[in-house]
Design a protein around this ligand. Structure first.
Ligand code: E4P
Length: 219
């Protein structure tokens, strides 16, 4: 079990890795375009690598098999042990995953909405299969059975792929992903910070600290 951070902001990533609870980073072209609109991809990813540990997923943006393999080689060279090539699910994508797996390159098959897609990705050799919680729900479907059945089939068939669940919109999505059998929820910084917070915890700490500050004082 591991938690990944869904961000491309090196400052935020460094701060949150300091908690000791994170094991990797996921980025995607949308996150990087929003958070780092003017930066070069190699500069952003190198900063993210320096601010973190574990696997860092970087997504392919080309669409033909040849271009995808060439793009993957560039990202892989930035840190062969830690860069995980994020491959959007498609027929080309599966071929690319198969080839990268044979070369020992880690892959994360992304944009998955259903168990059948995750199963194919795992059979092709994916290191990770990424199920998009919020986007499945946007279509009006329940994501719990998608995660649960994916976990069941991966375990039953002895496939090594780990399930990442991303596209988190609320803290409850993280709880649901964990209960359904996700290996690695990937969580945005605001949701991760909310996981720490509980009003009853704050109230209790205040009660203890007030009692300590007032100890020995007559009422
Ligand atoms: C995770 O790997 C995905 O890139 C990310 O969580 C997608 O989230 P979105 O649906 O908010 O774009």
């Amino acid at each position: 079990m591991a938690i990944f951070i869904d961000s491309s902001d090196p400052k935020e990533i460094k701060e949150l890795f300091g908690w000791g609870v994170l094991s990797g980073v996921t980025t995607n072209p949308l996150i990087i375009s929003k958070e780092q609109p003017d930066a070069q991809l190699d500069a952003v990813v190198k900063e993210v690598l320096a601010a973190s540990w574990g696997d860092v997923s970087v997504e392919l943006t080309t669409e033909t098999e040849k271009e995808m393999i060439e793009e993957a080689a560039i990202y892989h060279s930035w840190d062969p042990k830690r860069i995980c090539i994020k491959v959007p699910m498609s027929e080309h994508g599966l071929r690319v995953v198969h080839q990268l797996t044979q070369k020992g390159v880690k892959t994360n098959v992304t944009c998955l909405m259903a168990m059948n897609q995750a199963y194919l990705a795992a059979l092709a050799g994916a290191t990770y299969v990424s199920i998009f919680s919020g986007r499945v729900r946007d279509m009006g479907y329940n994501v719990f059975p998608v995660i649960e059945s994916t976990r069941k089939i991966l375990d039953r068939e002895g496939l090594g792929a780990k399930i990442i669940v991303g596209s988190m919109r609320h803290m409850m999505d993280v709880n649901e992903a964990l209960e359904a059998g996700a290996h690695c929820p990937t969580i945005t910084p605001p949701i991760l910070r909310k996981m720490v917070w509980n009003p009853r915890t704050i109230e209790t700490i205040n009660e203890f600290n007030t009692a300590w500050a007032n100890r020995g004082k007559k009422k």
